[in-house]
Structure formats: structure tokens, C-alpha cells
Write a protein that binds this ligand. Sequence first.
Ligand code: F0G
Length: 431
Amino acid sequence: MMFTTDRPPSWQVCVACGSELTEHDPRSRCPQCGGLLEIAHRPPGLARADLVLRFTERRGRTPRATVSGVWRFRELVLPSAETVVSHPEGNTPLLHREALDRYTGAEGLLLKHEGHNPTGSFKDRGMTVGVTQAVRVGARAVACASTGNTSASLAAYAAQAGLPALVLVPAGNVATGKLAQSLAYGARTLLVRGGFDDCLRLVQEASERLGVYLLNSINPFRLEGQKTIVLELLEQLGWDPPDWIVLPAGNLGNTAAFGKALREARAWGLIERMPRLAAVQAAGAAPFARSFEEGFRRRHTVEPETVATAIRIGDPASHDRAVRAIRETDGVVLAVSDGEILEAKAAVDACGVGCEPASAASVAGVRELVRRGVIAPRARVAAVLTGHLLKDPGMLLRYHVETEPAPPGANRPVEIAADLRAVERALAERE
Ligand code: F0G
């Protein structure tokens, strides 16, 4: 039966006295009695089956199919996997904010926000495949070295699979949120007195000697999952590739995965032309950018230092695979300073999107490439935000509260007396 009414689609009702307000009324309580308000909706006027079908269609999936943004692409990821360890993950949004068009000079800049994954970074896409594989090969335990995100993700997926996890992170150089995740999900967490490169060397030795399954991005199954960042991005653009895909680069696993995804998408007819990759490193940890400037004649290692601890890496493990990715896509590699990263992060945060410091390297990179004339202002550009804002609260507090003099984007909190005049003053200052 169709429900007919002359009511608007939605309105507000006082739970206490039943008074009604329009949907657009800004008051936060009932003007009659001060009661709490509730939203009421007109019934949708569709038969149940039609309604359910509509919800399902919008979601783009049938009920029995997997809801993972990795395993949706299973034909291109790991076709033989029958039972998978999936959170699920992926299906991350593609965002646009005019403020960032203005900031970078790239009109219509799109942000693929991988911070929307279950543990807050793109690592979950690789980890669902990596841990699935660990189970398939009968691993007794899994391990990784990490600057924090890989370990958070491994800890979560290992917990789901019921596998013991060992993570090695550089003592004193892991963002608080990431360390907290690894502890919470129950991984055996080793704070190594050294950098990421030391952790990686050590965990490789440990995996060989102790027989634990290694889940760094040198593990190829990880990269198969990470390819789906690109596949999903292409899908969101109707398989009409952008001109540029810009990403932060540290250990270079992701750069390698992006190159492989594009190569295969092209070979298998999903896209007709290659976008160009731009890999962005922090200036204090930029061995790959240095190699690029020399036409990749040499591989460099550096003593890394940057505020973007996620990419504080001096000897990237996937160097060779990443060189291939840059060459095949006519890509570029560049370095941006810590100051540029922090400024770009403040811009990403201030428009309500938010990301962790390393992620902002991609936005800083877009800005720099537009400035250099490498990216045309009208080019179609997608930048990947690799991690969530809450990964690194320590850095946020340093930037907004503690740094003297206040950086340009600093948002100082104000402590006030509990009275209205102080609130009014604070509001007037902001307006
Ligand atoms: N962005 C974030 C937030 C990261 O955590 C990483 C790497 C990168 C970018 C760079 O990706 O290494 O594939 O070039 N994090 C690793 C980790 C190293 O241990 O979590 P990459």
C-alpha cells in the first residue's frame, strides 16, 4: 500500500511534548518545553523488495559477494584464495575539497583516502592478502619490521587469524596511535634501538632462522593487495585513468604495487593509457629521489631523518621494483621538506579531511609539481592519503600547541573561565 501524505520528507519532533519543528530549524532543544528533539521521516513509499534492492544496488554488491575492496578484485589479486582473512577493508572514498585545489594549484585534485581502512592505513589492503597467504602456507607465526602502520595492521589481521605476531619497530620513532594499536591487538612488540632499516634487517634474519612468516612489503602477496588502491581508484573514475597518481614513498612497496597494478590493468584491457606516477619522499629520507635525479644509475642509502616517521627509511627494500614502476609510467620522484609536509598536512586537516604527516607528502608533492610546471593546473590528479589523522596525535599537539612561534596553520586551544562572556569573546576572535 502506498503511503500518501502532504508532509515534507523529514521534520523534527520533541520527544517530551510532541511539538514539531521543520527539518531546517537550528535550535538544539524544543522551544516549547526544552525537551530533546528527534528526527522523523515520511515512510519511503516503496515496497520492501524494491527498497532492499535499491540499497543493495547502491552498494554495488550482491548479498553473497565479498564486501572487501580488496577481494572484490580477487581475479587480479589472488584468484585461488578460497578462505580469506578479511576485516573487510578497502572501499575507501575519493574526496575533493576546493581549499586543496587552491592550496596545490591543481584544479579538481582528488584524494584517495586510505586512512579509511580498518586500522587507519593502506597497509590493511596488503595485510588481508599477506595473512591469508600465511594461513594457506601453514605459518606458525607472522612477523614484520615497521615504522608503525604495517605493524598495526599485521597485529590486527594476525589477531583475527589467531596467529602469533611479532613486530619490530624503531624505539622512540613510532607515532603514538600506531604503537597503541600494535599493543591493543596483542602483537609481541619489540622496540628496537635503531632505525627502520635495522628492524628490517633483523626481522629478515629472524624469519629465516626462526621460521616465522615474513610480512613486510618484500612479501609479494602484500603488494597484490596494495594494487587494489589503484584498481579501486580507476573503478571510481569509470576506468578513465587520471593523468597523475601521486603517492608518498618510503620503503617503496606501494610505488612498486602501483606500477604493477597499472601494468596489468593496461595489459588486461581495463585501461587504455597509463597515468604517470609521482612518488614523493621526505627530503631527509630521499634516497630514491636522489637516484631518480641521476637517471637511476645508482642506488643510494641515507641516514634518514624526518617528522614523517612513517617514511623515515634510508635503504628502501623495493628499490628495483619501484624503478620499474617509475620508468614504465613515465613517472617522477621528488623530495619535499618537513616544513612543506607539515604545511600541507595543516591544509588537509583544516578542510576537515585530515591525514597523518607522511600522507601529506603527496599533497605537498602535487603543489611542488604544479609550481615546477610538471603537473599542469588542468591535469587530472589523484593523490593518495595513506594514513589517518589520529595515527600521530603527538605530532599534532606539538604543531598546534607547543611550537613557538606558532606555525602558520597552528590552532591554539584557549582555556577559559566557565562563563558565557569568555565563550563569546572566543567566538568573536574566531569570526
Ligand atoms: N605512508 C604511510 C602512512 C606509511 O605508513 C608508509 C609506509 C608509506 C606512506 C610509504 O609506503 O613504504 O610502501 O613506500 N609505512 C611502512 C610501515 C614502512 O612500516 O608502516 P612504502
